[in-house]
Design a protein around this ligand. Sequence first.
Ligand code: ATP
Ligand code: MN
Length: 462
Amino acid sequence: MKRTKISEIWAPELIGTDVCVKGWVRTRRGNKHVQFVALNDGSTIKNIQIVFDMAKFSDEEMKPITTGASLCVIGKLVESQGKGQTAEIQAEKLEIYGLADPETYPLQKKGHTLEFLREKAHLRPRTNTFGAVLRIRHTLAFAIHKFFNERGFFYLNTPLITSSDCEGAGAMFQVTTLDLNNLPKTEDGKIDYTQDFFGKPASLTVSGQLEGELGATALGAIYTFGPTFRAENSNTPRHLSEFWMVEPEVAFNDINDNMELAEDFIKYCINYALENAADDIEFLAKMYDEELIERLKFVVNNDFVRLTYTEGIKILEESGHKFEFPVFWGADLQSEHERFLVEEHFKKPVILTDYPKEIKAFYMKQNEDGKTVRAMDVLFPKIGEIIGGSEREENYEKLETRINELGIPMKDMWWYLDTRRFGTVPHAGFGLGFERLVLFVTGMTNIRDVIPFPRTPNNCEF
Ligand code: ATP
Ligand code: MN
């Protein structure tokens, strides 16, 4: 008999028909006359209740049905008497696929802490919380592709292994096939990378942007959506060593177009999740964060505040608020500063622009003042920076001068500079940290809880 997914079992026309469901047991309770099994198959947060008439099933048959065991049940779908559920199944046939020994299956009692579940990341997708988070994550990923496809952007796959370490976004993980216990050396005692796999040093990428610019200056508008890697030793609730980044890049866009795109994009994704993952968002709101849905709707329905870094610094300086890190013009903003602007001062998402050039990457377009660049960071409540982007410097000489000032090895950059040498155009783009968006939409507070298998310093299990 064909299996029906539990997400599809609530269709009114199925009432009164025979159905077949398969899934994992959440709970079993009851007595010697009747027993109830809550079954979940991962397709939805909702369990289906299966009613076992103990005149038809023996205690022996029921005993292996413990939390975590996997089953197939065939029976009649009927309207439920119990409150809170619309339908239940009266079991006719039972097949047990696999047992889950209560002595050793770790997901026994309800209310495990998120910390405990991080140690069980191989099984935590079977919990309500992680089922909901992972379904929302999928919904957001789908929304991202849908948004860009509807706007005529092309999905560009940029390399994960790179030989240029000039992006400056963070420390890189080296990729090598050399024997670390027996490194080949050149005559002057340095490591001989000509014997390495690529014939030169290589690393995992920290961003797809530079290659994204090659795509944008050919296809017009592209986006990347893939994993990026940063070996920064920042053990925070907002940093991962391996995370997914979305990076649109658009030829002929200036910083204002870029801000508009970022705001439309983020609102579209949140709205899509509200409409298509409502059950899961409601579950997480109920369990963890009562203001979640209100916060999501607020962001969708309000304009983001736009102001310059210089104006932002002034507000922070005049606030009289005691910050852990000092505030002065030229300082890199910390999450406490970003969150003060968003949560205390404006009470709205903020797009901060025109940062000092010293604290931003070499490729950002230089302003007339000689001090600032056309950068834009989108700052969100509870998160801080969710997007970082800029209009790019399209002038060959200015870009080259900046590269020299920063001492970036030019020979590694020849292919990037060719975009400015041949048919250069104004262009702009940004990077959204996908997990930070998932954090915001799920209301989770630790980034380790919104990716299936988190990688952080000293943690590479599973
Ligand atoms: P932060 O200051 O928070 O470390 P960043 O300025 O280094 O961020 P960018 O290099 O601009 O970030 O990267 C673009 C986006 O990628 C950020 O806005 C953020 O959403 C996300 N991001 C950056 N680093 C990480 C990380 N280690 N883990 C998860 N997301 C990240
Ligand atoms: Mn960083």
